[in-house]
Write a protein that binds this ligand. Structure first.
Ligand SMILES: Cc1cc2nc3c(=O)[nH]c(=O)nc-3n(C[C@H](O)[C@H](O)[C@H](O)COP(=O)(O)O)c2cc1C
Length: 200
């Protein structure tokens, strides 16, 4: 299976999750949004993720706010393009349609009810479906505080999610749901679409 993990990340937490998912998928490629370009053309599966900002996908304003906050804290080493005008939202808007191609969506967010935090994965999944993708899984991975770090065990959970995703797709996208919420068909009952549960 040729899988690519596309991500946006300001502070590096979503990037770490993306790399763990790629590892779990069996060594898939990862690419930050500005470099995603043509890499997705031949992919059997694209996995797309980003941080939750203001209950949804980042905006150029929220990315600037994130970058400013980090600078105020004296933090260096922000992801390249962290405050770029064009982020994941734009990338998804311009994504070429691919009817029936497989996709999965993930986000990072705070560990509270998704009703309070929102979950970027919901908006990512909706946009992927809009472009004809079959979204087979959505998931949230949790940070301790606004700038991170990830909670203990989240990288392992991300790796397992990637592995389960690969297994599910080998069996075919219509098979029964796997133990980590990787599923055949989009559903509003699990993952970050769910309206209760901390990790979705
Ligand atoms: C401007 C801004 C808005 C945020 N809004 C939310 C939010 O609505 N819900 C939430 O759970 N986390 C929110 N967060 C925390 C982010 O989800 C967290 O920074 C992100 O998961 C870290 O990912 P990254 O390291 O890849 O940038 C916000 C953070 C920033 C900087």
């Amino acid at each position: 299976m040729n899988a690519v993990v596309i991500y946006e990340s300001i502070y590096g937490n979503t990037r770490a999750v993306a790399e763990a998912i790629a590892d779990g998928l069996g060594g898939a490629e990862t690419a930050p949004v500005p470099q995603a370009g043509e890499r997705i053309e031949d992919a059997d599966l694209i996995v797309v993720g980003g941080p939750t900002h203001m209950h949804g996908l980042t905006t150029s304003r929220s990315r600037r706010m994130a970058a400013d906050a980090a600078r105020e804290d004296g933090r260096t080493g922000l992801a390249a393009g962290a405050s770029a005008e064009r982020g994941l939202r734009h990338w998804l808007r311009d994504l070429p349609g691919r009817d029936g191609a497989w996709a999965a969506a993930f986000d990072t967010r705070l560990d509270r009810s998704p009703m309070l935090t929102g979950a970027a994965a919901r908006g990512i999944a909706r946009r992927l479906r809009h472009h004809g993708y079959e979204v087979v899984a959505t998931e949230s991975f949790l940070v301790e505080d606004s700038e991170g770090p990830l909670q203990d065990g989240e990288l392992e959970r991300a790796r397992n999610w990637g592995t389960e995703l690969a297994r599910r797709l080998e069996r075919g996208p219509d098979a029964e749901s796997g133990p980590t919420g990787v599923r055949a068909r989009p559903s509003s009952e699990r993952g970050p679409d769910a309206q209760s549960g901390s990790a979705g």
